[in-house]
Design a protein around this ligand. Sequence first.
Ligand SMILES: Nc1ncnc2c1ncn2[C@@H]1O[C@H](COP(=O)(O)OP(=O)(O)OP(=O)(O)O)[C@@H](O)[C@H]1O
Ligand SMILES: [Mg+2]
Length: 411
Amino acid sequence: MSAVVLGVNGGIEAPTGEIDAMCLELVGHAIEAIHAKRVVLDTIELLFSGLSDKFVVRAELARLFQWLKTKRVTAIVTGEREGEHLTRHGLEEFVSDCVILLDQRVMEQSATRRLRILKYRGSAHGGNEMPFLIDDHGLSVLPITSLGLTHQASTAHLSTGVIGLDAMFGKKGYFRGNSVLVSGTAGTGKSSVASHFVEAACRRGERCLYFAFEESPGQITRNMRSIGIDLEPWTRRDLLRVHAQRPTALGLEAHLVAMHRLIDDWKPRVVVVDPVTNMTAVGSEIEVKAMLARLIDFMKLRQITALFTSLTQGGAAAEQTDLGVSSLMDVWMLLENPEANGERNRLIQIVKARGMAHSNQVREFVMSDHGITLVNISRRADGSVAIGSARNAEEPGRSDDPKPSRRRRVE
Ligand SMILES: Nc1ncnc2c1ncn2[C@@H]1O[C@H](COP(=O)(O)OP(=O)(O)OP(=O)(O)O)[C@@H](O)[C@H]1O
Ligand SMILES: [Mg+2]
């Protein structure tokens, strides 16, 4: 592939007020020299900066576009927007076959680039604004609308990685391709549930992409070591990648484009978004929900199992404070650590798991150096359930930390 770059300083000064024939000849030679199929004129303003009469400019513009057609090249001409007009001269849109409008807007202090096809002669095209991202991979565009409900539904199950939790999902765990929501108040163990799932997937040799919007990769690794999950070897083996970024680093759409890009590039089988609630820093709840719908559709089409954590507010309304995203999810688990009798104990329940007969119990779980372990239910004679130190007192000899031998060291 060859390219010729022609530089013209300060526009083309033509005494007659027309495009210098020399210039067209120069471009024509360059096209022929490399049998160019594409020509880029960047920018049109510069090309005509030497001309002051707007009628002459318009006539010359039409002539230039016509000339490019005779050369049978696909030409991309860039122009700056000015006021009401799409371009400074206000004619390019009429003489060109396709017009693409680029725009950058700041919302909630975050800038998002958007692209819209205004016209494309002889072809149907989308009319919506679409966010796009420019990064070290170039430019990528993301459709604003959801991809639709056309994905296949797998019957394969994936372990949750938490001892005792698979049994609550009919002994098997989540369906592959499911979207899983783990919600709970601060410090209830959401990231730990996510890390158990990641570790189980890595052990199966599946790639996991962890989007962290609150903690750095180093912090996640250190914290999970505290509960006996060593993520570092999986990172070393390139089975786990943690992509950490503050939500405010990009606009909502730009985050979505970046996530799509990373997923398409690396093709993980499991994706974690921790926590998704942080996204409200750069968008309204409705916008976050719309973004999630698109992300979920995108992953479902690729049969990626996705786990989202969500930070809920305490109090009775815990089940209503999930950004309204729970309806998008196939599985919803709620973690709690209510205070009673001078101690906080951890509870887990499956609010829903589409397509399976799941447990209806609210179970106690403990976190220890060996990870999350569900505790067997201790029911009193009157039917009430004992948890925490009450359970330990009523069942002496029973340990909260069963020290599972399951976890093998990974080099
Ligand atoms: N070795 C351990 N033994 C017992 N509990 C532990 C241990 N290590 C960490 N924890 C508990 O785990 C909690 C943090 O778990 P995790 O990070 O999964 O919660 P989270 O719900 O993701 O929190 P956040 O809302 O901050 O994101 C700590 O607050 C601590 O109570
Ligand atoms: Mg967390």
